[in-house]
Design a binder for this molecule. Structure first.
Ligand code: AMP
Ligand code: ZN
Length: 110
């Protein structure tokens, strides 16, 4: 838990959020400012600043995040049409919230 981190507050319930999925290691919820018809965030419960801070010990959470993205794409019915799994890394990469997260984006009209 990092003080003043929005996603830590979402994880611990300080900011009420509807979770699409939740387990001990990650939570999943819709982006508040969607950039596509489907825009979902996959967020580890443990505070990690960005991809730059990942170590070999984090291999499981990273693979869990990708598998969760695949699972949510199936649930949202966008597997066949296609989607993006995206990590913004640090300010120059467009990261605004410095708690690791992966975007699942898709559902555009053909
Ligand atoms: P990034 O630019 O990769 O750091 O993305 C952060 C994302 O978090 C943005 O797309 C925001 O719209 C989203 N976001 C910020 N606050 C909330 C919130 N309270 N609930 C859901 N999504 C949020
Ligand atoms: Zn955090």
């Amino acid at each position: 838990m990092e003080k003043d981190c929005i996603f830590c507050k979402i994880v611990n319930g300080e900011i009420p959020t509807t979770f699409l999925y939740k387990n001990d290691d990650l939570v999943i919820f819709r982006d508040i400012n969607p950039h596509a018809p489907v825009h979902i965030l996959i967020v580890p419960t443990r505070h990690i600043r960005s991809v730059n801070d990942l170590t070999g010990e984090d291999a499981k959470i990273v693979s869990d995040m990708i598998m969760a993205g695949k699972m949510m794409a199936e649930k949202e019915g966008i597997s066949k049409s296609g989607y993006k799994l995206l990590y913004n890394v640090e300010k120059g990469g467009g990261q605004v919230i410095f708690h690791l997260h992966m975007h699942l984006i898709g559902g555009w009209k053909k």
